[in-house]
Design a protein around this ligand. Structure first.
Ligand code: NAD
Ligand code: ZN
Length: 377
């Protein structure tokens, strides 16, 4: 099968590799029809992790089941399925509580499992023609009959739609709230979209890229262009000087001017300043545990500046971490099926799998107009 392979920092290749197969009785094999490139792939693409050359990328996957293991009961050949990026066993203490991003069995001794991810188990990615799905009865969301026609919407259920929603849950967004979102990448746009769906009264999205801010405006958020460093002032001016009720961090470990490896980002401090006293902060941007290549000593150790003094003084609360996709994907799926959510609005490019190298390069550079790429094997 053809697959997108990591070769080294900022270097991927589409090449022929052995076919994915059923390895355990609880697996299914999926023929991938849509698979996305995510901001999370960039941590590995840029060489900040221990992702090994030869590994297959891809954790945002959708396709059709073509073979089932002997112990699979619920999923059938021909089902159109979307896979949460987290792999859960379904039965451990965390999975039972809905915390499938932190399954204790799928990747023992670590924090959760995922497809095509550094440090998240032996599972290969789905930027390929075929994908092995473990614990398949648990890890496949069977899609409604209009799956084929709305594939570009449903594929967002694998990660970024539930992740954006998770940011709003972590922050505690409720009807009537004002919300500030840092990052107008796919995840930030989905956090803004989710806030709007939840009935927020005002949603502000901070970034430096006009094309992404334009999308935020298109869905009804207020774009805050921070390219001159006035983002904090703008948010305060729009919230009577007090700050937003809730804030979402959707940037993670990177630098706003893309001189990554030089200055770690300061969005955590911006959130403390632009969320009101006693407000909530939800952090879904990934702060990788360490970056050996960083010029900044603290960043090398995975330590990011955080204004603990102001945070304490303002009595804010904070929650972090991976989205437990399964906790949300069924209800968000119903919104798509009912025509009440169309997350495909953020797709800028739909390309054949063969063009993955070009797509990675442009998405990584945040090249104008490259917001979200879906690949079609
Ligand atoms: P992205 O990198 O395309 O988007 C990030 C955006 O943040 C960019 O538009 C960038 O210009 C902007 N930005 C950079 N510095 C900024 C700053 N200081 N202030 C405001 N904006 C700034 O990626 P994405 O796909 O949107 O993902 C965003 C983050 O979410 C990544 O860290 C990714 O790993 C993470 N993520 C987390 C989960 C989870 O489960 N928690 C799931 C998916 C993605
Ligand atoms: Zn992702």
């Amino acid at each position: 099968m053809k697959a997108v392979i990591y070769k080294g920092p900022r270097d991927v290749e589409v090449k022929e590799v052995p076919d994915a197969t059923i390895e355990k009785a609880t697996d299914v094999l999926v023929k991938i029809t849509t698979t996305n490139i995510c901001g999370s792939d960039l941590h590995m693409y840029e060489g900040r992790t221990n992702f090994e050359p030869g590994n297959i990328f891809g954790h945002e996957n959708l396709g059709v089941v073509i073979e089932i293991g002997s112990a699979v009961e619920r999923i059938k050949v021909g089902d159109h399925v979307c896979m949460p990026f987290n792999i859960g066993c379904g039965f451990c203490e965390n999975c039972e509580r809905g915390l499938t991003g932190y399954c204790l069995i799928a990747n023992p001794g670590s924090a959760g499992a995922a497809y095509g991810f550094a440090g998240m188990g032996p599972y290969k990615g789905g930027q390929a023609e075929l994908l092995r799905v473990p614990y398949a009865d648990f890890n496949c969301l069977v899609l409604p009959p209009d799956a084929e026609e709305k594939e570009n919407d449903y594929v967002m259920l694998s990660d970024i739609f539930p992740t954006g929603y998770h940011a709003t849950e972590l922050a505690g967004v409720q009807v009537g709230d004002s919300v500030v979102v840092y990052g107008a990448g796919p995840v930030g746009l989905m956090a803004a979209y989710s806030s709007i769906i939840k009935g927020a009264s005002k949603v502000m999205v901070v970034d430096i890229h006009k094309d992404r801010l334009d999308l935020a405006e298109k869905i009804g958020a207020i774009p805050i262009d921070d390219s001159d460093g006035s983002g904090i002032e703008q948010v305060l001016a729009l919230t009577d000087g007090m700050g937003a009720d809730r804030g979402c961090e959707c940037v993670g470990y990177q630098c706003c001017d893309h001189k990554r490896h030089e200055v770690p980002n300061l969005t955590m401090n911006s959130l403390v300043q632009t969320v009101r006293a006693t407000g909530g902060i939800g952090v879904v941007g990934v702060f990788i545990p360490e970056d050996p290549g960083a010029a900044d000593k603290l960043a090398r150790e995975g330590k990011i500046a955080f204004d603990m003094g102001q945070f304490w003084f303002k009595g804010q609360h904070i929650a972090t971490g991976q989205a437990n996709v399964k906790a949300y994907n069924r209800k968000l799926c119903k919104l798509i099926a009912a025509g009440k959510a169309t997350p495909s609005f953020l797709i800028s490019h739909e390309l054949p799998l063969e063009e993955a190298a070009k797509a990675y390069k442009n998405f990584d550079a945040r090249k104008d107009g490259w917001t979200k790429v879906v690949l079609k094997p």
